[in-house]
Ligand binder design. Structure first.
Ligand SMILES: NC(=O)c1ccc[n+]([C@@H]2O[C@H](COP(=O)([O-])OP(=O)(O)OC[C@H]3O[C@@H](n4cnc5c(N)ncnc54)[C@H](OP(=O)(O)O)[C@@H]3O)[C@@H](O)[C@H]2O)c1
Length: 319
């Protein structure tokens, strides 16, 4: 098979497009012809070794395609089925072995590239808005990087739940996209707490912050008393150590650092969230903005674009 490999941790130049032995499905696994692999910031962290995994590594935590073989004990998936997955490393390849319990059957008519574009970030946006802080009708919500892969999905799902979205973006083009996704107010990254208080008065009920170091302080200062900061990523770098006592005078605030794995820990939870997300995509309630499709061989260019803030919405690698 052809795959992208990380032989040593480092910048995007370590990514090698190369030939690898064809994989075979073991017990409880399925072999898939990959139609598309989603690009996520997590892949950058894996490449850099910030989230270390054993090397050499085929990165890529998300994809979709057609099952070509199943291992012993797999009864509910058969060759020919179309499946998608999230949080299975090894997706930057034209073939991937997926644990059957992580495979999600795609609804009739849903193109696999769309599933590869929405599963990981869609499941994440789902748990953030439904479980970490369940958004209620009329809630004020700050979504950072609102035109990004996560941001466009979060914005739409908050709107589906009746919240008011204030989104941050860095360019006019990104502002336009955030507004098209339903953001009620779009602001820059300067003086975020002032802008938020001008719009809301008391501050927001929740901040969804995947930017991290650059936005953390402004996120905290934008919350109303008893508000929650869901710090779900660190696109600008990790947040430094933090004195918990600061949460008290700031309004008995909540801060959480959630991870998708803990919110799709059982097959039941994975399928229930995936049903919602893929159902919304199939019905048109959730739009997936695929901004760029790169040949698999150009994974390094995709990483460079993502890290340099040149992208909007979702990036796909096509084997
Ligand atoms: N915890 C979880 O379960 C989970 C799951 C999925 C993703 N994530 C996290 O979600 C975050 C967003 O992921 P994504 O794949 O959807 O990426 P993305 O939002 O499409 O791209 C990152 C965006 O962050 C903004 N940004 C602000 N400062 C930045 C900086 N210094 N460097 C780079 N970007 C900066 C940029 O938008 P502007 O130009 O508008 O500022 C950029 O486009 C990542 O931190 C990722 O790790 C977490």
């Amino acid at each position: 098979m052809r795959a992208v490999v990380v032989p040593a941790y480092g910048g995007s130049s370590v990514l090698e497009y190369t030939e690898r032995p064809d994989p075979e499905p073991g017990p409880g696994e399925v072999l898939v012809d990959v139609a598309a692999a989603g690009v996520n910031f997590t892949d950058v962290y894996h490449r850099e070794g910030r989230y270390p995994l054993p090397l050499p590594l085929v990165p890529g935590s998300e994809g979709a395609g057609t099952v070509t073989a199943v291992g012993d004990g797999v009864t509910d998936i058969v060759p020919g089925d179309r499946v998608g997955w999230a949080q299975v490393v090894g997706s930057y390849a034209d073939k991937a072995v997926i644990p059957a319990e992580k495979a999600v059957l795609l609804p009739e008519g849903l193109a696999p590239d769309l599933a590869a574009a929405v599963l990981l970030q869609g499941l994440t946006a789902h748990y953030l808005t439904h479980s970490t802080y369940p958004v209620r009708q009329g809630d004020d919500v700050l979504v950072h990087a609102a035109a990004g892969g996560m941001g466009l999905l979060l914005t739409q799902i908050v709107k589906l739940r009746g919240g008011r979205v204030i989104g941050t973006v860095s360019t006019p083009e990104k502002e336009k996209l955030a507004r098209q996704a339903g953001a009620d107010e779009v602001i820059g990254y300067e003086d975020v707490p002032d802008a938020v208080r001008r719009i809301t008065g008391a501050g927001v009920h929740v901040v969804y912050d995947g930017v991290g170091a650059a936005t953390f302080e402004g996120s905290l200062a934008s919350l109303r008393p008893r508000g929650m900061l869901a710090l779900y990523g660190a696109a600008s770098g990790p947040v430094p150590p933090f004195d918990l006592q600061r949460l008290n005078p700031a309004g008995s605030l909540f801060v959480t650092r959630p991870s998708l794995g803990h919110y799709i820990a059982t097959r039941e939870e994975l399928l229930s969230r995936a049903d919602d997300v893929l159902g919304w995509v199939a019905s048109g309630a959730l739009k997936v903005h695929v901004s760029q499709r790169y040949p698999l061989a150009e994974a390094a260019r995709a990483h460079d674009d993502l890290e340099a803030r040149r992208t909007t919405g979702k990036l796909l690698l096509i084997p």
